[in-house]
Design a protein around this ligand. Structure first.
Ligand code: AHR
Length: 631
C-alpha cells in the first residue's frame, strides 16, 4: 500500500481486470471510430460486401450543365495491386461546370464551420497536359460550403492534397471532385478527414467517440473481434499484415457483418489508440480456423469451420510470431523496422495475445491451436496467451476448450456469454469455485440482453463477483462496444452513435464506474448485504483498495424496488480519511438512455463523509460507488 500503511490483507486482483472489446461490427470502424468521412474511397465496394453494392456505391456521377464525358471504374494499372480498382473520368467538354463525382459519405458527411478538413486523392493524368480539378464540400441543399482548385499534372500516380474550411455547419454534406478542363484522369483513395482527429494523428480516429472510450479508463483493448477475427471462411480471416503500412496498400475485405472493411483502422492504429488511452493492447488472431457459424446472414451458403491446411500452418504460425516482433521487436528486427517506419520506433509493449475466438473445438482446431500455442510460448515464454473455450457459459466446446487449455497449460482462456439479467444474478458465484491452479479467465464478451438500468445493474452486480474473483478472472470486457444508429447488426451495445451524436448507455456508465474505480486487492466482510427476501437476486456489494492512492472503494448494487441499507465497517483499514466521494447511478428500472433522451440515467457525484463504521441506505434500482480517500 502507498505510504506504508498497514491494512487488512486483501485478495490480490488482476491489475488489468476491466478493459474493453472493440470489434468492427455495427459500423464501429468504417463509418464510426475511424475518422475517414468518404465512403468507398478506393472504389473497392463489391456485391460480395453487401447485396446491391458496387464500386460506385456512395458515389454519384456529376455531369453538370452540358458537360460531356464519362466515368468508369477500371483495374488495368492500379495504384497498388492490393487496391485494384480506380475511377477514370473522361472529359470531352466540361462546359461551365465540369464533370466528376460526388461522395455522400456514411449517411452524409458531417462538417462544422470553423473546422478544417484534409482532402487528399491519388490521381494519374491519362490525357491532357494538366487536368484542372475543383474540389468542393457541398451542403445538404447542394450549396457550396468550401472549395479549392488543384491541377493534376503527372502521368504517374501522384497524391494531391488540400484543406477545406467550410463556412457553415452541415450534417449531410457531400464531397465533390469535378474535372473542369478537357482530359482523362484516374482517381483513387479520395479521402477527407477532419484535421481534428483524436490526438491529431493522421489517418486518425473520430475524437468524440475515441474520447468516450478513453473515458471508461479501460486497462486493455481487445481487437479486432469477435467473429471478425476468424471470419466466415479462410478467405475472410483477419490478416494483420494486410492492415499495416500505407493505407493505399492495405487490403480491404468483406466485413463478416455484411459490409466493407477498408483496414484504414488497422493494427498500427489499434496499437496507437491503446497507447493514447493508456490501455494494454490485446490482439486476437484466428486459431488457424474460421468461424463455424459461417452461413445465415453472413454468407450465402454455409461453409462451416474451415482450417488452414497443415502444410500451410508454418507460414501462418510465422505470421503470428511476426506480429509479436512487429509490436515488441527492436527497430533492427525485420518487423520492428516496419513499426519504426510507420513512425513508432519504440516497442508497443505487447503483453497479451489471444488465439481463437469462440471456435468449435474440433480436431482441426485442436491441432492448429496447439501448433500456434507451442510456437508462441516457446519463443515468447512471458507473453500471456489467451485461448478460447467456445461460445456460451457452458457446453461441449466449453468443456473441450478447458480440457485443451489445461492440457497445454494455457495461461488464460476466453469465456463469452450473453444472458438475461436473471442469469447474471443466479451465477454470481460462478468463479468462486474455479480451480485456482488451472488456467485463468478472460471474460472476453458478456452482456445482459438489454440497455435498461435493470440490465446494467445485473452487470454491475456480476462485476462485484469479478472483483471478488480477481485472482482467477484476470480480464473482463463487455461486448459489443459501438453501434451506429441504422447500421446495427447486434443489440445491445455499450455506446450508440450517429455521425454527430453519441449516446452512452446505462451499461456504459457501469463500465465507467468500474474502470475509474479499479482496485488491487479485494476485501471480504467490509460490506454486509442487507438480509431479506430476494437478497441474492437483487443485492450485491464489493470492497477493493487501490494500492497507488490507498483509497478504499465500495460498490453497492440494489436492483430491488425498495431502499436498502448496507452496513459498512472500515475499522480494519489503517491510513484512511473520512473524506469520500459518492457516485450514484439510479432511476426507473426500465430507464434507458436514448437518442431522444440521452441523459435519462447519468452518474451523479458528490462529496461524502465516511465514518469508520456506518450504514449506507441506497435508493431502489441503484449502483453506488463510495470512494474513501487514503491518507
Ligand atoms: O460481440 C458480438 C459477437 O458475439 C462476437 O463477434 C462473437 O465473438 C460473439 O458471438
Amino acid at each position: 500500500l502507498a505510504l506504508g500503511q498497514a491494512a487488512p490483507a486483501g485478495k490480490p486482483i488482476s491489475p488489468d481486470l476491466f478493459g474493453i472489446f472493440f470489434e468492427d461490427i455495427n459500423y464501429a470502424a468504417d463509418g464510426g471510430l475511424y475518422a475517414e468521412l468518404v465512403q468507398n474511397r478506393s472504389f473497392e465496394y463489391a456485391p460480395s460486401d453487401h447485396e446491391g453494392w458496387n464500386s460506385l456505391t456512395a458515389w454519384e456521377y456529376l455531369h453538370e450543365g452540358y458537360a460531356m464525358g464519362s466515368v468508369s471504374v477500371e483495374s488495368a494499372a492500379p495504384l497498388h495491386a492490393n487496391n485494384p480498382h480506380y475511377a477514370t473520368l473522361r472529359v470531352e467538354n466540361p462546359f461551365q461546370k465540369g464533370l466528376g463525382l460526388k461522395n455522400t459519405g456514411f449517411d452524409g458527411i458531417p462538417v462544422r464551420a470553423g473546422e478544417k478538413y484534409n482532402f487528399s486523392m491519388w490521381g494519374r493524368v491519362k490525357s491532357g497536359a494538366a487536368v484542372p480539378l475543383l474540389v468542393q464540400l457541398r451542403g445538404a441543399k447542394d450549396q457550396v460550403l468550401a472549395e479549392t482548385t488543384l491541377s493534376a499534372q503527372k502521368a504517374d500516380w501522384q497524391q494531391y492534397s488540400a484543406t477545406l474550411a467550410p463556412s457553415t455547419t452541415d450534417d449531410k454534406a457531400t464531397l465533390v471532385v469535378l474535372v473542369t478542363g478537357k482530359g482523362v484522369i484516374d482517381l483513387d483513395m479520395v479521402s477527407l478527414f477532419p484535421e481534428n482527429t483524436f490526438h491529431r494523428h493522421p489517418n486518425g480516429l473520430r475524437p468524440d467517440l475515441a474520447q468516450a472510450i478513453a473515458d471508461i479508463k479501460p486497462k486493455f483493448v481487445r481487437f479486432p473481434g469477435g467473429c471478425l477475427a476468424h471470419g466466415d471462411g479462410l478467405d475472410n480471416l483477419y490478416d494483420w499484415k494486410k492492415t499495416i503500412g500505407p493505407v493505399e496498400q492495405r487490403v480491404a475485405q468483406r466485413n463478416i457483418w455484411n459490409y466493407h472493411q477498408t483496414a484504414g483502422l488497422g493494427y498500427f492504429e489499434y496499437f496507437q489508440f491503446c497507447e493514447d488511452i493508456g490501455a494494454k493492447p490485446l490482439p486476437v488472431v484466428a486459431a488457424g480456423v474460421s468461424c463455424q457459424n459461417s452461413g445465415g446472414s453472413w454468407r450465402i451458403g454455409s461453409v462451416g469451420q474451415q482450417a488452414i491446411p497443415i502444410s500451410e500452418m508454418d507460414a501462418y504460425v510465422q505470421d503470428v510470431l511476426d506480429l509479436i516482433e512487429w509490436a515488441n521487436g527492436p527497430v533492427t528486427s525485420p518487423w520492428g523496422a516496419k513499426r519504426a517506419a510507420a513512425g513508432h520506433p519504440a516497442p508497443f509493449n505487447l503483453e497479451y495475445v489471444g488465439i481463437g475466438n469462440e471456435d468449435k473445438i474440433t480436431p482441426d482446431f485442436r491441432s492448429r491451436f496447439t501448433l500456434l500455442y507451442n510456437a508462441v510460448h516457446a519463443k515468447y515464454p512471458n507473453l500471456k496467451i489467451v485461448g478460447t473455450v467456445g461460445p456460451g457459459p457452458k457446453g461441449e466446446d466449453y468443456d473441450l476448450g478447458w480440457a485443451l487449455a489445461n492440457q497445454l497449460d494455457v495461461p488464460l482462456v476466453d469465456e463469452h456469454y450473453y444472458e438475461k439479467p436473471k442469469w447474471f444474478w443466479a451465477n454470481n458465484q460462478r468463479y468462486d469455485s474455479y480451480d485456482r491452479a488451472k488456467s485463468k479467465v478472460y471474460l472476453g464478451e458478456y452482456a445482459s440482453w438489454g440497455n435498461t438500468l435493470y440490465n446494467a445493474l445485473a452487470e454491475a452486480a456480476y462485476m462485484t463477483s469479478l472483483e471478488r474473483n480477481g485472482d482467477v478472472v484476470q480480464l473482463a470486457s463487455y461486448a459489443p462496444l459501438l453501434a451506429k444508429e441504422g447500421h446495427t447488426q447486434w443489440n445491445p451495445d455499450m455506446i450508440y452513435f450517429t455521425n454527430t451524436t453519441i449516446v452512452p448507455t446505462v451499461n456504459y456508465y457501469v463500465q465507467q464506474l468500474y474502470g475509474h474505480n479499479q482496485g488491487n486487492t479485494y476485501h471480504q466482510g467490509v460490506v454486509t448485504l442487507p438480509t431479506g427476501a430476494a437478497a441474492d437476486t437483487t443485492l450485491a456489494a464489493s470492497c477493493v483498495r487501490d494500492a497507488q492512492t490507498g483509497d478504499v472503494i465500495l460498490k453497492l448494487v440494489n436492483a430491488s424496488p425498495q431502499v436498502q441499507t448496507f452496513p459498512i465497517n472500515l475499522a480494519s483499514f489503517k491510513g484512511l480519511t473520512s473524506a469520500a466521494t459518492l457516485t450514484v447511478l439510479s432511476g426507473d428500472k426500465d430507464a434507458k438512455n436514448t437518442f431522444a433522451n440521452p441523459q435519462t440515467v447519468l452518474p451523479k457525484k458528490s462529496s461524502y463523509k465516511a465514518g469508520k463504521s456506518f450504514a449506507y441506505t441506497s435508493q431502489p434500482y441503484s449502483m453506488v460507488v463510495i470512494r474513501v480517500r487514503g491518507r
